[in-house]
Design a protein around this ligand. Structure first.
Ligand SMILES: NC(=[NH2+])NCCC[C@H](N)C(=O)O
Length: 291
């Protein structure tokens, strides 16, 4: 049985001038997914209001969260979320956590930790606060509930290259493992970090800006010295061979034009295949082999 894909063309969590190209990116990926296994969340066209939360476009983000929750309610695990901005991962982690009954680690592969609070955020963009809300801190309607939140000690960050002051403080306070781009080349290092959380299942989040900008043109926050695409594909294969995949998200695809989307899609589809292949192998009852 193939994985279920849930396309969330969310852009309201990004404050980039290219935010709306995140919706185009989601649509471009969707065009290559098996339609019978793919659901799409209806994202409102309007930007939305912060309503005093400190999160720009909060009202739209909350509506999309609710719609994604509804769509996931009857979906089997694992669901693979296709963003959109990183905020699209939120409902996916809640769904995975519910199915895993809390026995869940989150591997956050991203150039940014996304651990800001509404107070500490330099931008007000929810994308940069997503993981903090997954840990259960933040604004009502977005922060995960006590039943589904993932404790900071169960977060493993990888490929991070731009950390804000409050994010640094939170990482230090909780002793969160932050793996470098070089670490990601050795799947055993990553697997050991996930094992040390004590959880037996994993949610894999990939913000495409974890990749080196030479590997991907359609990024709204290109950040030098990232991971190379074949290394990331091999890592994902190894991780899903070791841990049952509870869910996943791919976020941050912001192509500047349909033509440039075509250049990046093969890489994105290899990552989708690495995630979905692990899910399918598990369901068939065979242990997937990394490689
Ligand atoms: N998922 C993202 N787009 N992260 C970018 C975050 C940038 C910056 N740290 C912020 O909070 O605004």
């Amino acid at each position: 049985m193939p994985a279920t894909f849930v396309v969330v063309p969310l852009w309201q969590g990004s404050i980039s001038s290219r935010a709306m190209s995140l919706a185009d990116g989601a649509a471009a990926i969707r065009g290559d997914l098996p339609s019978a296994a793919t659901l799409t969340v209806d994202v409102p066209a309007e930007a939305g209001e912060s309503l005093g939360t400190g999160i720009r476009r909060y009202s739209a983000l909350r509506r999309v969260r609710e719609r994604t929750d509804e769509m996931l309610e009857t979906a089997p695990a694992p669901a693979i979320i296709i963003g959109g901005d990183c905020g699209a991962a939120l409902a996916g982690v809640a769904h995975a956590s519910r199915h895993a009954e809390g026995d869940l680690a989150v591997l956050w592969l991203d150039a940014h930790p996304d651990l800001n609070t509404p107070d500490s955020s330099p931008s007000g963009g929810f994308g940069g606060m997503t993981l903090r809300h997954i840990a259960g801190e933040g604004i009502d309607g977005l922060a995960l509930s006590p039943e589904t939140r993932v404790a900071p000690e169960r977060l493993v960050l990888g490929g991070i290259r731009a950390i804000d002051a409050e994010e640094h403080r939170f990482i230090e306070e909780h002793g969160i493992d932050v793996l470098t781009v070089d670490d990601l080349a050795d799947p055993e290092v990553v697997i050991a970090a996930i094992e040390s959380t004590g959880a037996s299942r994993v949610f894999v989040h990939i913000d495409l800006d974890v990749l080196d900008p030479s590997a991907m043109g359609g990024l709204s926050y290109p950040m030098p010295f990232g991971v190379h695409a074949p290394v990331l594909v091999d890592l994902v294969k190894a991780v899903v061979a070791r841990f049952p995949l509870a869910g996943a998200a791919i976020a941050g695809f912001a192509p500047s034009s349909p033509e440039s989307a075509d250049d990046d899609l093969p890489t994105i589809l290899r990552l989708v295949g690495a995630l979905a292949g692990g899910a399918a192998d598990r369901r068939a009852g065979t242990a997937a082999v990394a490689g």
